[in-house]
Design a protein. Structure first.
Length: 423
């Protein structure tokens, strides 16, 4: 028994020492500090708003048409005896060029007959003048003081004069008809189509073909009232030297290549379209087949073109990405250091695929959120990742800052390094 106690005593002493030491360690250990971790907010992409000047443009579409186009028709009847080789579909014509000639034999005979009638009328008038002189001489010799007009042959002389004038008018009419056997071009241009040919008998007013002038072409561009405001045009506009119309850039795909022409707005139509409630703005291009062509490619009639009309200039507006505009007039702003979302009401001056331009509501340099967010609310906890113009990403995550710090730390990342960023 004494031996057993002697063996157990060291073990008990060792256990006591270990237990006491553990108790002492528990009593004197420092308190555990608890880290207060903020809940992680939704990661969103944002881009910085920038101050800029806005040159507004208005897009429209329309068909090119000639400013002057007429139907060529004869003023007299006859059979076509000759057709100009240029008077065919697509032909170029000059002002005064004879396009079609009609058989002139009948009209030449009419001129000959009219000349004969004129000669007879002249001979009769000369005879009446001679007889009137003899009548006056006889009256003087007879001493008649108050002769009648008939005795002086005044009515006969007036009739002969009138007959001569009538004969001359018939001659002029016959000569005019003869001249009209040649149908000429009233202006330089091109032939759109030809409707008659050699040997065909035509009547007055019958179509021989259609021609149009190539000095100016025009495009009718339908615009809304808002578009007119952006362009700065009144409803009743007509270009003057002191008030020129805005520039217009026309584009169209011709022969597989994009072509560009520069024109100008000349006027607006007289009334709104009752069906569409739009008003047509008429833009023109001078010399489309010459100096106005794009490397020799004309803006030909019938071509459907896109038009970009130069609008008003608005200075000192803030540009945000188009995706940052929510609805009509809201933009979500991400506060990087605070990690909060702010909903701003903005005054949108203009928006297109390049961005939205606002007059108020957003300051330059603020981060406009472009990521889609459902059920957003003011003060929502977020993590902002700024997308730079070069495509790099900078996280703007919130962190606790010391009193002598005023900006958060940032680091440049490449796309994909942001875990959980909103797409």
């Amino acid at each position: 028994m004494k031996r057993f106690i002697a063996l157990l005593l060291p073990v008990l002493v060792l256990i006591g020492l270990v237990g006491g030491g553990f108790v002492l360690m528990q009593l004197f250990k420092p308190p555990v500090e608890k880290a207060e971790e903020q809940p992680r907010g939704l990661s969103v992409f944002a881009e910085a708003a920038e101050l800029t000047d806005l040159s507004m443009t208005v897009a429209a579409q329309g068909e090119v048409r000639p400013k002057r186009q007429i139907v060529v028709a004869p003023q007299i009847a006859g059979r076509i005896s000759d057709v100009s080789p240029d008077f065919l579909d697509g032909g170029f014509i000059r002002q005064g060029q004879v396009l079609v000639r009609l058989e002139s034999a009948d009209y030449e005979l009419a001129v000959t007959r009219a000349r004969s009638i004129v000669a007879s009328a002249e001979q009769r008038l000369a005879r009446e003048r001679a007889e009137a002189d003899l009548a006056r001489q006889d009256i003087r010799e007879l001493g008649i003081e108050d002769p009648s007009p008939l005795a002086l042959r005044e009515p006969q002389l007036a009739e002969a004069t009138a007959n001569l004038e009538s004969a001359k008018a018939q001659l002029a009419d016959a000569q005019l008809a003869l001249n009209r056997t040649a149908v000429t071009a009233p202006f330089s241009g091109r032939v759109r189509e030809r409707d008659a040919d050699l040997g065909q008998f035509v009547s007055p007013g019958q179509s021989l073909g259609t021609i149009f002038a190539t000095d100016v072409v025009e495009v009718s561009l339908p615009l809304s009232d808002d578009d007119l405001g952006r362009v700065g045009l009144p409803l009743a506009f007509a270009e003057t030297k002191d008030n020129p119309g805005p520039q217009v850039t026309f584009t169209a795909n011709v022969g597989g290549e994009m072509r560009t022409w520069e024109g100008r707005v000349r006027r607006t139509s007289a009334a709104l379209n009752p069906q569409t409630r739009l008003i047509n703005v008429i833009a023109e291009l001078d010399d489309p087949y010459g100096e106005g062509a794009d490397n020799g490619v004309p803006m030909a009639p019938g071509l459907f073109v896109n038009a970009s009309i130069e609008g008003r200039m608005i200075q000192n507006v803030v540009k945000v990405p188009r995706a940052a505009l929510r609805g009509v007039d809201e933009v979500f702003i991400g506060d990087g250091p605070a990690g909060e979302l702010h909903i701003r009401k903005v005054d949108v001056a203009f928006s297109d695929e390049d961005g939205a331009y606002v007059r108020s509501g957003v300051e330059p340099g603020e981060l406009a959120i472009v990521s889609p967010i459902q059920a957003a609310f003011e003060g929502m906890n977020i993590q902002v990742v700024e997308r730079m113009p070069d495509g790099s990403l900078i996280p703007r995550t919130p962190r606790k800052m010391s009193d002598d710090e005023d900006t958060p730390e940032t680091s440049t990342l490449v796309s994909g390094d942001v875990d959980g960023a909103a797409q």
